[in-house]
Unconditional design. Sequence first.
Length: 325
Amino acid sequence: MPDVSISLVNTNSRELLLACLESLEGARSSGRASAASPPTLPAQSAEIVVLDNASEDGSADAVRERFPNVRLIEQRHRAGFGANHNTVIRATTGRYVFVLNEDTTSDDWGFERMVAHLDANPRVAALAPRLVYPDGRVQSSAWRFPTPATAALGLLTLGRAGILQSGGSETRDVDWAMAAALLLRRDALEGAGSDGVGLFDEDFFIYSEETDLCRRLRGAGWRTQFFPAVTVVHHESQFSAGIPEQRINEMWRGRHRYWAKHHSGVGARVAALFTGAQYALRGLLRARDRDFAARMRLHARDAIRVSGPGLRELAEDWNRAHPAA
């Protein structure tokens, strides 16, 4: 059984995926430490699995050709973030599962340090490395749970105080962390009895599924931690960047589902309205930036009700157009 199963899901991001795999393969194959090559896991202790989400850019062929030691699941239909990673989790056996975006790289993945930390802290179920943009700027990656109270605080401060939990150089507990790079303890997901909380909730197509998972972990007595000793570069795939309305709609669907799942009807409505009011106020403060203000108005509208198609519909349309797949 490997220590770490690395779960990568890719949709039409061939070059980013290949760069990520090159980075991972270098870390996995090293197996020895030096000043130039930081400690990492030997190849037998880490497996890399790529689920290709019905890409049309030759991603699967490129992985087969350039990385024959990487396990490839070539999926013929398009599914959501949680469903795809669940497929990989069910198909692997590593004690820990590293849920990882295909648009990431690192000079030092720090697998040994992360595994050692989880081994030494048996109630930590999710470990989130520090995320940075390609230019070195730190990316916000861990926050308080989006309760009605935190939504009210976010409105008062426009999200600038009391919400963000990532940053700094100390390992610490956080409420939830972004799943662009998140190391999960398999026993916390699949363990017997009340210890196992289950995998990602597949009713979230994309967005808020990691918030929901961390909330369920917390409810079962597990902890989520921010681990800045390891830094991952998040290049941010542009797969959905050209469809901002569908992306925003899907984001709000996830939020509404999360609030309905974990709060009363009144609490869910309060959290949504306070969060939407943040966006409306931001739009007013930057009204001269028409594109920005328009996006903020869409967020504020979706806080009340999501009426347009999201990323789920795009995937469903693709699946209908490719019935042979």
